[in-house]
Design a protein around this ligand. Structure first.
Ligand SMILES: [Zn+2]
Ligand SMILES: [Zn+2]
Length: 303
């Protein structure tokens, strides 16, 4: 089952309380980092997200609070002898910045970065493997392009009833059962029937909405998502400011969650004007959508 680890919940103006945007999305077969604001690699260290295991980075847009940390992260992975290819999906201009950064620092990477530009206008499934698809959603922000991401599992995973298996069960037994195979002894007698020791998990749908003004039409796309992770830069009273600066408010995030009938809403990307007292933002959101939560750095969300 996928898990999310929240790494950064701040917005562009720095605060001592929050790090800029970043969230880790971990599937059994793939570890993804979505946005990489300044300080992200420190947050990863702090909260146990291993850079060596990272397979893919998605960057929503090129405001510094969403990508500045990528230079130091890429460099650290190189220093740590990474050889595994890193998949990177981002606005096209990031490639120029990366190249310049590597050039001026006279760095030659030990590993390959498989860079792919995200669509400027379209919405499409830009990544697919056996287990998941990832689709971009066009946000409306001060900068173009700005993308949200819809990550969906394609098939149910087979999970094990751990408590049914004795301690010291060999790892291969787990692997076979997860692959839907009965486990037999040397004489061919069935020891563990996979049907009895496993169950199929649900297919998870994750919607991540980066900086954007309120876009009611997104409700259709994010429909029934297990989680909507949405920026909520401002309180409801600052709706006009939100509109002008292409951001969203508490109640707008709540409206989208409600209309999309998602299971859970997590709000993040809080303005620096709010110090540690974010509870009123949550209360406002809850007046529209009850199952709402504040994003808290270091917190893990199991889906
Ligand atoms: Zn931002
Ligand atoms: Zn932005």
């Amino acid at each position: 089952m996928p898990t999310l680890k929240i790494l950064g919940t701040g917005s562009s103006t720095p605060t001592l309380n929050r790090s800029p945007s970043a969230i880790s999305v971990v599937f059994p077969h793939k570890q993804i980092l979505v946005d990489c604001g300044e300080n992200t690699q420190i947050q990863m260290l702090k909260y146990g997200v291993k850079a060596s295991k990272l397979d893919m980075i998605l960057i929503s847009h090129l405001h510094p609070d969403h990508y500045l940390g990528i230079f130091s992260l890429i460099n650290s992975m190189n220093s740590n002898q990474r050889t595994k290819t890193l998949e990177l999906f981002a606005p096209a201009d990031l490639l120029d910045l990366l190249r310049l950064n590597l050039k001026v620092s006279q760095t030659e990477l030990n590993y390959y970065i498989d860079f792919k530009a995200l669509p400027d206008e379209n919405e499409e499934i830009f990544y697919e493997d056996d287990w998941i698809t990832i689709e971009n959603m066009q946000m409306q922000h001060r900068i173009k392009p700005c993308n949200g991401f819809l990550i969906q599992e394609k098939q149910n995973r087979r999970n094990i009833y751990e408590q049914k298996l004795p301690p010291n069960t060999p790892p291969q037994t787990y692997i076979d059962l997860k692959n839907g195979l009965d486990v037999k002894d040397e004489q061919g007698n069935i020891l563990y029937e996979f049907e009895k020791y496993t169950y199929l998990s649900k297919k998870v749908k994750i919607a991540l909405c980066a900086d954007t003004r309120y876009l009611p039409h997104l409700a259709e796309k994010i429909k029934d998502a297990d989680i909507l992770y949405h920026e909520t830069t401002f309180e409801d009273a600052l709706a006009e400011k939100a509109e002008k600066t292409f951001h969203s408010t508490t109640k707008q995030a709540g409206m989208l969650a409600k209309n999309g009938q998602v299971k859970k809403l997590v709000i993040s990307h809080f303005s620096s004007r709010y110090s540690n007292h974010l509870d009123f933002l949550l209360e406002e959101t809850k007046t529209i959508f009850e199952n709402s939560f504040l994003a808290i750095e270091g917190e893990e969300i199991c889906l």
